[in-house]
Design a protein around this ligand. Structure first.
Ligand SMILES: C[S@@+](CC[C@H](N)C(=O)[O-])C[C@H]1O[C@@H](n2cnc3c(N)ncnc32)[C@H](O)[C@@H]1O
Length: 434
């Protein structure tokens, strides 16, 4: 699960049923506690409606013959897109996205617009019935001015919205494609087996099946993206099968696209994957490649250096957020604290996070903490904070730039030259942005 996903804990079914009465008749007690029958399509629909209504103020109508989107999984993808956008857009910027195959629920635009008040969507589909429900769902939730539902059934292009108006710029495309290439493949899928012989946990045929399966679908998006390039900053898609990932990565590599990221969404027994690629130079931080799966290490993108990450940042807010994120990632050990390699000719450096705390009680607490581990590498402590009160610890070097307060501390035994080149690199960046 994405760390910001509100469904990182088991649902409180009784509490949900109390607050959303239509769910009541589907909740029952087992020896492990209250639950619902996940094989019942009706129960799943009531649960999706309850979560959307109670947690996001979204009111949804779903036809019985179309996919019922599990909210935690859909939220995972939206949160990942939020991370991607944050790397190149400041808070409050107008952000435009395309949801390819929005379905009857229009779940991605609805969730994303509730989370982000300045996001706008073009939501496409080819299925008449789904388009009709998507329209209704957007209207019922007062989002008609931010989500434009478009019928693309007459087009052979998946990225028709880019083709029709080459001047229109987008921050991202997202897509949950039909996964399977045939009804046989669908019947044999792990998902269908999980549902049991009589359970109808799948959607309409157009939602589940496409010629050539998801690899073909996403490959077509990629081929079209070669033409549109920077008209959209990030092209992304979810994938239902792990085996599809290497095929898409091979395609990217064949075309020398090395600016990509992959991630895994885990929700209970279900795993999904997502891939993002860009023709731009903005790099995503390593922490966004959230895959611990050893089977996928061979297709992971090369690591993003801190230099690459900050190279194209154009606002102090983004620079600050990026540096904070790097520190947070290192502290949470979600990335190895090594930012190696650099295409600027600057040697590899190590960044070690140390929270800046200048209150007396925090200093006392820090004194009781174990000393920083000794590293044989070049070593740098980087701290940054906005408008901090009080003074920095003695022996450190500080830079104040606008609202951004950057503090660098050189550690004895590390390479002073590397330290200085990094500091001047960041300072140059800060100065040019003021
Ligand atoms: C798996 S469903 C996803 C629905 C919804 N986005 C969700 O995540 O629950 C795939 C959707 O893609 C649509 N679709 C298939 N081919 C398409 C195309 N060429 N352009 C746009 N949508 C397409 C299908 O009609 C279906 O609604």
């Amino acid at each position: 699960m994405h760390p910001r996903n509100v469904y990182n804990h088991p649902p409180d079914f009784l509490g949900l049923a109390r607050r959303y009465p239509p769910l009541r008749s589907h909740v029952f007690l087992t020896h492990t506690g209250p639950t619902i029958d996940f094989k019942s399509q009706v129960a799943q629909r009531r649960l999706t409606e309850a979560l959307l209504h109670l947690d996001f103020n979204i009111n949804l109508t779903l036809p019985d013959n179309r996919l019922c989107p599990p909210v935690p999984n859909r939220l995972n993808y939206v949160l990942w897109i939020q991370d991607i956008v944050k790397v190149s857009a400041s808070s409050g910027d107008i952000v435009r996205g395309i949801d390819i195959g929005t379905g009857a629920s229009a779940i991605y635009p609805l969730l994303a617009c509730r989370l982000e008040p300045t996001w706008y969507f073009v939501a496409t589909d080819i299925d008449r019935e789904s388009l009709m429900f998507a329209h209704q769902n957007v209207e019922r939730n007062d989002l008609s001015d931010r989500v434009c539902v478009v019928d693309v059934s007459s087009s052979t292009s998946i990225l028709r919205s880019l083709e029709e108006d080459p001047a229109a710029l987008f921050h991202f495309t997202m897509c949950n494609p039909p996964f399977y290439s045939s009804a046989e493949e669908l019947t044999q899928s792990a998902e269908a087996k999980q549902c049991g012989p009589n359970a109808v946990c799948t959607g309409g045929e157009n939602e589940m099946i496409t010629l050539g399966g998801e690899v073909s679908f996403v490959s077509q998006i990629f081929t079209e993206s070669l033409h549109h390039r920077m008209q959209c900053r990030w092209y992304t898609s979810m994938l239902g099968k792990m085996s599809s990932l290497p095929k898409i990565v091979d395609l990217l590599r064949e075309h020398k696209i090395d600016n990509y990221a992959i991630t895994e969404f885990v929700q209970g027994q279900t795993r999904r994957w997502a891939i993002a690629w860009s023709f731009g130079t903005h790099r995503l931080p390593d922490s966004m490649n959230r895959i611990a799966n050893p089977a996928l290490q061979g297709i992971m993108p090369s690591r993003t250096t801190l230099y690459q990450q900050i190279a194209n940042i154009q606002s102090l807010e983004l620079l600050y957020n990026t540096l904070r994120q790097v520190l947070a990632d290192i502290k949470n050990a979600s990335v190895k604290p090594e930012l190696t390699g650099s295409d600027t000719g600057i040697p590899s450096i190590l960044v070690q996070a140390m929270e800046v705390t200048w209150s007396r009680s925090a200093r006392r607490k820090k004194a009781t903490q174990p000393p920083l581990q000794t590293m044989s590498h070049q070593y740098l402590i980087l701290q940054c904070r906005v408008n901090c009160a009080g003074g920095p610890p003695p022996g450190s070097e500080k830079q104040r730039a606008g609202g951004l307060y950057l503090e660098y501390q050189w550690v004895d035994g590390s390479d002073r030259g590397v330290f200085e080149s990094f500091v001047s690199h960041v300072n140059r960046k800060v100065t040019t942005m003021q």
